[in-house]
Design a protein around this ligand. Sequence first.
Ligand code: COA
Length: 127
Amino acid sequence: MDKLPEHLTPIIRVPARPADANPGGSIFGGWIMSYVDIAGSEPAYLRARGPVVTRAVDSFEFKKPVFIGDVISCYADIVKEGKTSVTVKVEVFAERASRGEVTVIKVTEAQLVYVAIDENRKPKPLP
Ligand SMILES: CC(C)(COP(=O)(O)OP(=O)(O)OC[C@H]1O[C@@H](n2cnc3c(N)ncnc32)[C@H](O)[C@@H]1OP(=O)(O)O)[C@@H](O)C(=O)NCCC(=O)NCCS
């Protein structure tokens, strides 16, 4: 069984609902991707002390499926800083309740690059 990261606070916790599932019964990748992008932008926004945009998705792995009823938690941490960019690693864990037990499963891992922008939407050096 996987463990939730103890040194980080989840940025997003959300249950997967029937409307988020595909006909095969697991959850749409795009549903998870949108939460990953939102979660990753939070540390980038705080580091930039202002608006950031997603510039690139360096990697994105769906390691295990997510099912209806799972509660996903997105953890995000800065792994690299450039002049205007912040690279963030996002990990997603599912908590799955069954027969009186809750199992933790690492379902997704991604790395995204955010760029700080100014009022003209041009790259802006990190403070
Ligand atoms: C973000 C944006 C303003 C950057 O403009 P740009 O002309 O590409 O700027 P630059 O080439 O100077 O790159 C800015 C930074 O991004 C980094 N970068 C550019 N392309 C990259 C890539 N493919 N992968 C990783 N980092 C990249 C650069 O290394 C640079 O980082 P640094 O300043 O820390 O060294 C512009 O690309 C943009 O508006 N993109 C659309 C963003 C958006 O709408 N996102 C939402 C999803 S649709």
